[in-house]
Design a protein. Structure first.
Length: 165
């Protein structure tokens, strides 16, 4: 079981953000974020709603202690050209692979797409199943873990919440 303060820390670290970066995204001070993470202060309801928006989660995921948020564990970096069916021209940066608590033996990959934008993808072995912009990563992870992962999908739209092939 994860407490509210642990969830904020885990979600921030999973995004590879500093306390200052989260504070900036929420328009609060860095010391405010620090107090939330060490459980010295609890944010008001309006800030909990804003945290949920920033992390693309329902607010209940933050306040319900029975809901755990997995901490991503860095595993390795793999050259983009090692992936099939992708070729090196599609991804110009190595994939950083994380254990993100995904079901069905999947791993989370982070990389920069050919336009240099931060992207995330869910892979099973060397096969990409879902991908999205990094900002929408948590929604993609939640979708995967809700059991839709048996579909042969390669993309997820955070705008519509739908998948595409």
């Amino acid at each position: 079981m994860s407490t509210f303060s642990e969830k904020i820390r885990i979600l921030r670290k999973n995004r590879e953000w500093t306390q200052a970066q989260l504070a900036e995204a929420l328009s609060v001070s860095e010391s405010t974020v620090q107090k939330w993470e060490v459980d010295k202060n609890a944010p008001p309801v309006s800030e909990i709603k804003r945290l949920a928006e920033v992390f693309y989660l329902p607010a209940t995921s933050l306040i319900d202690d029975a809901i755990d948020i997995p901490e991503f564990i860095y595993l390795e970096s793999i050259p983009a050209e090692d992936f099939y069916p992708r070729n090196a021209a599609m991804d110009s940066t190595p994939h950083k692979v994380y254990d993100a608590g995904l079901k069905n033996y999947a791993n989370l990959h982070r990389f920069l797409n050919k336009a240099g934008e931060p992207y995330s993808a869910i892979y099973v072995g060397r096969d990409e199943r879902l991908s999205c912009e990094r900002d929408h990563e948590q929604g993609m992870i939640d979708y995967w873990n809700q059991g839709e992962s048996k579909l042969p999908i390669i993309g997820w739209s955070p705008v519509t919440g739908s998948i595409f092939m």
